[in-house]
Design a protein around this ligand. Structure first.
Ligand code: C2E
Ligand code: CA
Ligand code: CA
Length: 696
């Protein structure tokens, strides 16, 4: 710091004295010129020799000064050597000053005052002139003028003449003026210098500021660019991180999904496992609760699986389980829940069941499907399945409870020999067993000739004449005795036996008509929905009629409304074909279904059988009367016959007559009769039956 300050001072000094060195040449030359001028003035005096000496001294010293100054100006490190040069100059200037002082002193004994004055005037001139060259450095100026001033003043004072005293005074004033002038010059030089320095400083500062600003600007631009680059890099980095993160999240989700899948699915079959099953049952319970439907839980356990697994190996066992799973999926509907409970156990949940029969049907179907052979790795494997069934809400209202009860039922199924189904509720199982027995008996009923037909007379209530008979199927079983058609006819349909039994009925009735025991009355035959969809059945009927040679108009077919809704097109073709050969068609149980009027007009319907639910109490209930009246009107406008079935009382008959009813059928006249009964009926009631009492 102090070094820096001293350097600055040195620089200041350098600047201050620079003009001093620069003016040395002119100053030196002026001194040489002046000294030899003085010599010229005193050349004829006694001082000539001394003056010459002084002239030589001043000249030499001046030349030295000039050379030194040149040296200094050329010097590279001026500030470092300045002190040396200044001191040397000061010394030399002092010598010159003293030399000039000597000239002045020599005038002390000068007789010629004009010479003295001339010399002194030159002295004055040198003193005044040196202001220009020396006043920038006051020590030099003082060193130059002081010896001269002292000498001149001393000489003038010592001479003490009027002129000398006056001159001394004038000289004193002159010196004062010179000193103050040189001081002023010095000060203004310094001031100027300071100003200059300050200006330079300011300019420097300004330049610095400008370059600093420019630098800052550059830095700013740089840092801006850096920042931009960094932002870009960071954005890229963040994007990559983001991508990685998204990937990670996706992978995590996938992992979670697969974990969840594993947690809820059976590895071997891909079916829901017990965990998911319980969740699904609980959901299904909620839905069933809201919609008032039933749920059926079927607990399946494969029979003989352990033996197969032990003898053929686990590999075959696993494949068998997979095969079973596939068969289950094929057999069941999409909305049914299939799950593997572990081992050889499967659970099936049937949703939206209307009654337990649906569960029976499914279970039987499953038993049937599982019984057919599995071919695995060249082995023909025969298994069975035991099924336990529990029902919601009948057998429990939680998943666990329903599963436990279905499991219990499955054990019972195993105990009684396996490959069968068992309800948790004993009474249901009993019903089921009865049904199974019934079914078994039904399969062989035809072979054993256990079916026979009965005929219920149909009477024209206006004339009292018998116009026809409705044939009704009866089953007299060897073990069960007479079984009601309401029980076995649905079973015939479910088992598909209706096709065979249906053919038997046709043959039996045609044969009956052919024997002529029933006279010229028509015989109505009931057809179930399944039969009406079977186009081969039409051919069969046609064939049988042709073969027998009977008049086709003697046969009337009864179809129910539900059949129309099932497959209208097929039914239409079926009925048209029958109608074309002369058979008539009756719409049975009219009013219990949802027959659309357009169906009635499009189909070849000749007769409408008004269901007995409209007849029961018709003599008492006016609304029924009005409905029936409307139906009768409709029949006449459509040119259809009407038959009232289930007429039990004379009162009912009376109303039917009033309403312009045509044909009646019911216990009031007769229950369905066997062929002997028909024989009797026809024998006793050849013309009119209106007066007859009811036969039981
Ligand atoms: P459906 O066709 O409506 O037959 C009339 C049913 O009403 C018969 O019952 C008959 O015995 C009964 N019935 C007749 N008059 C009266 C009466 O005054 N009062 C009461 N309460 N009932 C009366 P069934 O013979 O038990 O037949 C029941 C149903 O079984 C029949 O209803 C029919 O749908 C079906 N069915 C009967 N035989 C056959 C058949 O050969 N083939 C087909 N596919 N279905 C048949
Ligand atoms: Ca009928
Ligand atoms: Ca009926």
């Amino acid at each position: 710091m102090s070094e820096a300050i001293s350097n600055t001072n040195q620089d200041l000094l350098l600047k201050q004295v620079k003009p001093f060195f620069e003016a040395t040449r002119s100053g030196g030359l002026a001194n040489i010129f002046a000294v030899w001028l003085v010599y010229g003035i005193v050349i004829d005096t006694q001082y000539q020799a001394n003056a010459f000496l002084l002239g030589v001294v001043v000249s030499i010293v001046s030349v030295i000064r000039i050379l030194l100054s040149d040296e200094f100006i050329k010097c590279k490190d001026q500030s470092k050597n300045i002190n040396f040069f200044l001191i040397s100059h000061l010394f030399l200037i002092l010598i010159i000053g003293i030399a000039w002082g000597m000239f002045a002193l020599m005038q002390i004994s000068q007789e010629d005052e004009s010479i003295r004055n001339l010399v002194y005037l030159i002295n004055f001139g040198m003193i005044a002139g040196s202001i220009a060259t020396l006043s920038v450095w006051m020590p030099a100026y003082i060193a130059y003028i002081a010896p001269q001033a002292i000498s001149i003043f001393s000489v003038l004072s010592i001479q003490a003449t009027h002129t000398s005293l006056y001159m001394a005074l004038a000289f004193f004033v002159f010196i004062m003026i010179m000193i103050s002038t040189s001081l002023m010059v010095n000060r203004s030089h310094k001031k100027e210098l300071a100003l200059n320095i300050k200006n330079n400083q300011l300019i420097n500062e300004l330049n610095n500021e400008v370059s600093h600003r420019a630098h800052t600007q550059v830095l700013l631009e740089d840092s801006k660019r850096d920042l931009k680059q960094k932002v870009k890099e960071r954005t890229l980095e963040l994007e990559t991180i983001n991508d990685d993160l998204t990937k990670e999240i996706l992978e995590k989700e996938k992992a979670e999904e697969s974990l969840e899948y594993i947690a809820y699915h059976d590895e071997l079959t891909g079916l829901p496992n017990r965990n998911l099953l319980i969740e699904r049952i609980n959901n299904a319970i909620q839905i069933a609760h809201k919609t008032n439907f039933n749920l059926g839980i079927l607990f399946l356990d494969l029979d003989r699986f352990k033996t197969i697994n032990d003898s053929l190996g686990h590999n075959v066992g696993d494949k068998l389980i997979q095969g079973v799973a596939r068969r289950l999926q094929k057999t069941l509907r999409k909305e049914d829940i299939i799950s593997r409970n572990g081992g050889d156990e499967f659970v099936i949940v049937l949703q939206q069941m209307e009654n337990s029969d649906e569960a029976i049907l499914v279970a039987q179907k499953l038993i049937g499907n599982m019984t057919s052979i599995f071919e695995i790795d060249g082995h023909k494997i025969h298994i069975g399945v035991s099924i336990g069934i529990s029902l919601y809400p009948h057998d429990g209202d939680t998943a666990i409870e329903l599963l436990r009860n279905a499991d219990t039922a499955m054990f019972t199924a195993k105990k009684i020999g396996g490959n069968c189904l068992q309800f948790y509720d004993e009474s249901m199982s009993n019903k089921l067993r009865e049904r199974l027995i019934l079914e078994n008996e039904l399969y062989t009923a035809l072979e054993r000739n256990e079916f026979y037909m009965v005929y219920q007379p149909q009477i024209n209530c206006r004339t009292g004449k018998t116009v026809g008979f409705e044939s009704l199927l009866r089953w007299q079983n060897r073990n069960l005795g007479a079984v009601s058609p309401d029980r076995f006819i649905p079973l015939l349909e479910e088992t598909g036996l209706i096709y065979e039994v249906g053919k038997w009925i046709i043959k039996d009735i045609i044969n009956y008509i052919r024997t002529n025991r029933i006279g010229d009355n028509t015989v109505a035959i009931n057809l179930s929905a399944l039969q009406c969809g079977d186009i081969f059945f039409v051919d069969f009927i046609k064939n049988e009629i042709t073969k027998s040679g009977i008049d086709a108009t003697r046969i009337e077919f009864e179809i129910t409304e539900s059949l129309l809704i099932n497959d209208f097109e097929k039914t239409e073709t079926f009925l048209n074909e029958l109608h074309e050969i002369g058979c008539s068609i009756a719409l049975d149980d009219f009013g219990t279904g949802y027959t659309s009027m357009s169906y009635l007009t499009r189909l070849p319907i000749d007769c409408i059988k008004i269901d007995q639910s409209f007849i029961r109490g018709i003599d008492q209930i006016d609304t029924l009367k009005n409905i029936v009246k409307a139906i009768v009107n409709m029949c006449s406008s459509l040119e259809m016959k009407n038959i009232f079935e289930g007429v039990e009382t004379a009162a009912e008959l009376e109303v039917i007559k009033q309403l312009n009813g045509e044909i009646v059928q019911g216990y009031l006249y007769s229950k369905p009769l066997d062929v002997y009964g028909v024989d009797n009926w026809l024998a006793n009631n050849k013309t009119n039956v209106s007066h007859l009492r009811i036969k039981h």
